[in-house]
Design a protein around this ligand. Structure first.
Ligand SMILES: Cc1cc2nc3c(=O)[nH]c(=O)nc-3n(C[C@H](O)[C@H](O)[C@H](O)COP(=O)(O)OP(=O)(O)OC[C@H]3O[C@@H](n4cnc5c(N)ncnc54)[C@H](O)[C@@H]3O)c2cc1C
Length: 83
């Protein structure tokens, strides 16, 4: 198993079973968000992350990363500064 993990070579033949990645286009406008906290500039105390934001990442995991990173930033900000 160690040899396979460290030395295994695999030929890429295409994308995943779904053949494409998907993300919802549209959502809360990015200029309305403070990216240091993911808090709405219009409604203090309201935080956003992930698909509800108008982020349309290219394929390759950027939408997952945006959701995870945004969620972490929002969570930490909410704990730091509960309204
Ligand atoms: C088929 C497919 C393939 C994809 N492949 C990729 C990829 O390869 N790479 C990539 O980067 N992105 C991919 N994406 C996009 C990625 O999955 C999303 O951008 C990401 O999961 C968004 O995370 P999220 O937490 O915002 O939303 P979600 O993952 O949709 O999570 C929302 C959660 O809220 C729950 N929920 C909804 N309503 C309520 C309610 N009223 N009360 C309580 N809970 C509720 C839902 O059940 C769900 O669990 C793909 C999407 C699809 C559909």
């Amino acid at each position: 198993m160690i040899r396979e993990i460290t030395k295994g070579r695999y030929e890429v033949q295409g994308k995943t079973t779904n053949k494409d990645e998907f993300v919802t286009c549209g959502g809360v406008r990015l200029k309305e968000i403070d990216f240091r906290t993911m808090e709405s500039k219009l409604v203090p105390g309201l935080h956003f992350a992930g698909e509800c934001l108008d982020i349309d990442g290219i394929t390759g995991g950027f939408n997952f990363q945006a959701a995870w990173t945004g969620g972490r930033i929002a969570g930490l900000a909410m704990v730091r500064d509960p309204h």
